[in-house]
Structure formats: C-alpha cells, structure tokens
Design a protein around this ligand. Structure first.
Ligand SMILES: Cc1ncc(COP(=O)(O)O)c(C=O)c1O
Length: 344
C-alpha cells in the first residue's frame, strides 16, 4: 500500500523542548506583549469559523504586496514557506532539482516525496558557492528547478550578489531564491525577479512561526499558474485575521529583529573570544559554530537546560558543528556561560 521509498524515510523529528531554553528552530524568542495579546484575542473572537476562510485572500495579498512594493498578482501565499516549496516542486516540469549542499533539508525531502531527482552542488569548506560548478551541474542534469537559500541554512552565510546574478543570468530552469532569513540579512533579491526567478519569504523567523505564513513573489503569470496547485483554503481564518492584526503592529517585529541582529554580533564576538570554537559569519538569526566534540557539548548543554541543534550527524562540512538560534539577551548569556564553562 505505502510506497517503499516512503517506508524507508524517517519521519521529520522535532525534539521535545519542554522546560528548556529553546534555541533550536530559529524562532523569534520574544513573546508577544500582554496588551497586544488582548487586542489580538478580540480580533480572533470576531472571526466566523463556521465559514470557510477567504480562499482568494485578496486583502492579505494586497497587504503583503504593499509591504514588498509589488503588485498583489505577484504574491502567492502558503501555509509556511514549506508549503510553497511543495507547490513549486509539484507544478514545475518533471526533471532534476538542484540545491547546494549543505542547505535547507525540505528541498530534498519534498522532491523525494514527489519522486523528483535531486542533484547537489557541494559548497567549499568556507561555505562559498562555486557558481560555475552550480551552473555546470544544472546543465549536466538539465535541471528544471533550483533552490538557493539566501542566506543559507544551516551555514548562515549569504553568497555574494555577483554569484547569484551569474546564476540568474544563466540558469534556464526556475530559480527559487529562498529569503527565509531576509529580516536579518543585508540584502534582498526581490529586484532580481524575472520570468524564471522567484523569491520565497516567510514571517516565521520574524516572530509568527506558529501562524504558518509564507509567500512567494514572482511575475504575475507564473504566480497565477502556481496558484492552481494551492489548496483552496490553505490559510485558515485565524491565521488570516492574525496576519491582518499583526501587520498593524509590524514595527514591533522589526524592532525585535534589530535586537536579534545586535545580539548576533555580541554572541559572535563573545564566542570567538572563548577560544577553541570556530564561529562562522552569519546573516541570519542563528550562528553555526564548530567545536571539538559537538556530540558531547550538545548533550552537556541539554543537561544544563539549553536546547540547540546538533548538525554533526549530517557529516562532511558540518562535522562537529552546532547551530545556535539567537535568543533573548538573558538566554544568550546563559549560552555563553555554559560554553565558557564547558569548553575551557
Ligand atoms: C531556508 C529556509 N526556508 C524555509 C524554511 C521554512 O519556513 P516556514 O516556517 O515558512 O515553513 C526554513 C525553516 O527553517 C528555512 O530555513
């Protein structure tokens, strides 16, 4: 009954984080202020959940379009950007999907679900991307779709503009530039949108991870076709009402992102000062570090109530690497204290 390749897959595992300082999933660590929660609850209470959600989401698309300075017809909304990755991989012609390695796992995983071949382009040891190699592999594989996470997860770096431009100028398939970490990066790629280049964004990292709201920006023709593989009511009424409300308070989340960026700078300097830790430059809300024994340190941090992400099992360039989401200043202090104690 169940396909053998699906049987062979491991289910996506989310580690239990009850009672822990949770720094494993690139969430915004700041809870919503109480007075905002009350107003938000009122807005939700006015939502008619006996009715199906607004399927077209004209209002939400207009709000996002204004926010991004594009036309509403250029916006496709998904239940998290994960769902949009799935829509893209369903809608694009059969053929290879190309991704750098290492990168965000869902490009590979969803391709497998859909029986789409995947070819990977290994990053250099400093996590740089060789654009000629990338284009050669795309050509060799006759790739129909490629993903570039800009900045990249889990490495945290943002490849130079010229690298991305060379790929957009020469790749013949659909190029998806995934800006999940856009709120923490120095550069956006929205100006690179073309007939075969789209930009994927999400509100998850900015503070709305629980809502599941992502969007794709592209040329209107392409977006209209992709919209045909979107389930009619993919964004529920509570998420739509919440997003309308939260957009009225958007500056709060932008201020929090600024604090996270500043904390990222502080954490980078402090971890580098400890010694014995390689800290990679990051344009995201997390830091990738390489330590002597990632497996052991991960376990010791867990014993001290700190949950980060152990990347060691992925091997290769991620040998002995840990990924630490930037938390509140207090949480970050706890991480630094534990690192100082455990690595000295
Ligand atoms: C590069 C990248 N893209 C997309 C996502 C998925 O985000 P969402 O919560 O919008 O599904 C993530 C989540 O970690 C990510 O790292």
């Amino acid at each position: 009954m169940i396909r053998s390749d699906i049987r062979a897959l491991a289910a996506y595992h989310v580690q239990d984080s009850d009672g822990l300082i949770k720094l494993d999933a690139m969430e915004n660590p700041f809870p919503m202020p109480d007075e905002l929660r009350r107003d938000w609850a009122e807005r939700l209470a006015a939502t008619d959940i006996n009715r199906y959600p607004d399927a077209d989401m004209a209002g939400l698309r207009r709000t996002i379009a204004e926010h991004e300075d594009v036309e509403p017809g250029q916006v496709l909304i998904g239940n998290g950007s994960d769902e949009i990755i799935q829509m893209l991989l369903m809608a694009v012609d059969a053929g290879t999907c190309v991704t750098p390695a290492p990168t965000f796992v869902m490009y590979d995983l969803i391709s497998r679900w859909l029986r789409r071949p995947v070819a990977t382009v290994p990053l250099d040891s400093d996590f740089s991307l060789d654009e000629d190699l990338f284009l050669n592999i795309c050509g060799r594989e006759k790739a129909e779709i490629a993903f570039l996470a800009c900045p990249n997860n889990p490495t945290g770096n943002l490849w130079p503009r010229q690298t991305i431009e060379k790929i957009t100028d020469n790749f013949q398939g659909l190029l998806v530039i995934d800006e999940a970490y856009g709120p923490f990066a120095d550069r956006s790629h929205v100006s690179m949108i073309s007939a075969n280049t789209v930009v994927l964004r999400t509100f998850s990292k900015l503070g709305w991870a629980g809502l599941r709201l992502g969007y794709l920006l592209g040329e209107a023709d392409l977006i209209a076709h992709l919209n045909k593989v979107r389930l009619p009511y993919n964004i529920n009424s509570l998420t739509q009402a919440s997003a309308a409300f939260l957009f009225e308070h958007f500056s709060l989340f932008e201020k929090q992102a600024a604090v996270i960026r500043a904390e990222r700078g502080r954490m980078t300097a402090a971890l580098m000062g400890i010694g014995g830790i390689e800290v990679f430059a990051s344009q995201t809300n997390f830091l990738l570090v390489r330590v002597g024994d990632a497996q052991q340190l991960f376990g010791q941090l867990l014993e001290r109530g700190i949950l980060i992400k152990n990347m060691h099992a992925a091997g290769g360039l991620l040998d002995n690497c840990l990924r630490i989401t930037i938390g509140t200043p207090e949480e970050n202090d706890a991480v630094l204290a534990a690192f100082r104690e455990l690595t000295s």
